[in-house]
Design a protein around this ligand. Structure first.
Ligand SMILES: Nc1ncnc2c1ncn2[C@@H]1O[C@H](COP(=O)(O)OP(=O)(O)OP(=O)(O)O)[C@@H](O)[C@H]1O
Ligand SMILES: [Mg+2]
Length: 292
């Protein structure tokens, strides 16, 4: 047997999740398989309610699967104990969310310091503090926020809050950045800036990123797009593109279809390989293009 050179950073194997509300069961993930290599920038798309956030939470040990396995760097983490999971969330995963989740009473610098403070013992902190501040400053400068160190979240724009949240997510050098609609609350320009920043962190620093997004243009700029359908990763029909022009759409090859949509509507279009009509482009969802 040849040895495998590329060990995946993160792997989901047949992950299942059902939410129970009283007697009503919602089966969200029905056996998700996903392998993420080091340095990959991956986006996850799918209809609203398809389980994208649920999957991100299970990968990052924010929630637990009912069945299946999650592996990080060869370690099975889905059944890790509470202390190990706390440590994984603090050190191995960085999280960013649509609504930033910064602590309102703290400055940008203090928000970025918080994970270091939490990771340190109270005795060690006085000795680590100066280095920690230096690192937090450097990261805030890296994300373009060096001039806003002392601003509290209410004194920052949305884009600036997301930059602070990215710096906070990176302060412990995570193995994987998990981003849940990081531009979902930003206007087009600010969203594009954040997308460029994530891409730069990926290419320049080798950061592995898994990003959930409804922004199809942004998804297309990532290395790989996976789609969640019917509770599984849909591998049958790879995504080949999306385009929306006025009241119709066309594939990158220029093939026109007359589907009537609003100006901002866009279609997820696959090559139809796994559909009942192979070879014909299959439309599997509607999203929004950013406003031009
Ligand atoms: N704590 C919960 N209890 C019960 N049902 C839940 C819970 N969290 C999520 N769900 C349900 O699970 C399904 C998947 O939710 P999830 O948030 O993962 O979707 P999503 O793909 O991220 O959607 P969106 O694009 O709207 O953010 C939804 O139908 C949702 O209502
Ligand atoms: Mg979601």
């Amino acid at each position: 047997m040849p040895t495998t050179i590329n060990t995946p950073v993160l792997q989901a194997r047949q992950v299942r999740k059902t939410y129970m509300r009283g007697a009503i069961a919602t089966e969200v993930l029905k056996g998700v398989d996903l392998t993420v290599e080091a340095g990959e920038f991956l986006s996850v798309v799918g209809a609203s309610g398809s389980g994208k956030s649920t999957l991100l939470h299970l990968l990052g040990t924010l929630d637990q699967a009912d069945a299946g396995e999650v592996w990080l760097d060869g370690e099975r983490i889905d059944q890790a104990g509470a202390r190990r999971r706390d440590k994984l969330r603090n050190k191995s995963f960085g999280f960013i969310f649509q609504f930033y989740h910064l602590l309102p009473e703290l400055s940008a610098l203090e928000n970025v310091l918080a994970p270091l403070y939490i990771a340190s013992s109270i005795w060690a902190w006085p000795f680590r503090r100066a280095d920690a501040i230096q690192r937090a400053r450097a990261l805030l400068e890296r994300v373009g926020l060096g001039h806003r160190l002392d601003h509290r979240p209410c004194e920052l724009s949305g884009g600036e809050m997301q930059r602070a949240a990215i710096a906070r997510a990176l302060i412990n050098n995570p193995r994987v950045l998990l981003a849940d609609e990081p531009t979902g609350n930003l206007d087009e320009d600010a969203g594009a800036d954040i997308a460029r920043l994530l891409r730069a962190l990926n290419t320049e620093e080798g950061l592995t990123i898994i990003m959930v997004t409804h922004n199809l243009e942004m998804a297309r700029t990532t290395d790989r797009v996976v789609r969640l359908t019917h509770g599984r990763v849909d591998l049958s029909s790879p995504i080949v593109g999306l385009k929306s022009v006025g009241g119709g759409y066309h594939l990158p090859h220029g093939e026109d279809q007359s589907v009537h949509l609003d100006r901002r509507d866009a279609l997820f279009v696959s090559n139809g390989a796994g559909s009942s009509n192979p070879g014909r482009p299959e439309v599997f969802g509607v999203g929004h293009l950013p406003q031009r």
